[in-house]
Write a protein that binds this ligand. Sequence first.
Ligand code: HEM
Length: 204
Amino acid sequence: MAWYQNEYFLRRLHSFSGIFPLGIFLIEHTIVNSAARYGPEVYDRIVALLQSLPMLIFLEMTFIVIPLLFHGLFGIYIVYLAKNNVLQYKYYRNWAFYLQRITAIITLIFVIYHVWALRIGHVVYGFDINYQAVSYHLADPMVFWFYVVGVVASMYHFGNGITTFLISWGITAGPHSQRYAAWLGNGIFLILTLMGLGSLLAFI
Ligand code: HEM
């Protein structure tokens, strides 16, 4: 059997890609955007620095586009196959399991819109990416609230994803350590959400 036909291998790769590189990128992206709280000059300087990175398109393709395409497409397959039994068993982990899938779909729609509006728009329409452009983008209340939902959903997906990652790779095996993993995942969800929402507010 070829490696790409092996579902176990693909599931491992899917799980891994959620942390490396996607989760790492999400953290970096959240930190960079929170620089908006220090004003347009600081934000524009950091964005310009990132845009001047050598081989930017190669880095974006390798660490963002290809892993996201794989994680997103295989994620849709998992969501489609999953047994969503939360209505029968209202236990905490069942809810988390269900929410992981709902936030996956919201994140997918949000990321497609966000990349289309800011990254592809930047190439197609030739506008500069800076504080003013993001501010203009978020000035529409519909777009702003859509971002609020998108940020909360993607942070939950990543935070809870850390908890499930630690379980799927056997790092937290017993109930005790899994409780700590849940605290860790929820804590990261909370911190990243506050940072993300704080950045959104800094642009309006
Ligand atoms: C910001 C981008 C994303 C990040 C950082 C991310 C991160 C993660 C992480 C860390 C996990 C946990 C892996 C595990 O349980 O072992 C995960 C799981 C999952 N992701 Fe994503 N993800 C992202 C986007 C998406 C998108 C767009 C989809 C598409 C529908 C998706 C679908 C899924 C699914 C279905 C799971 C559950 C896998 C399972 O339970 O076996 N993710 N993600």
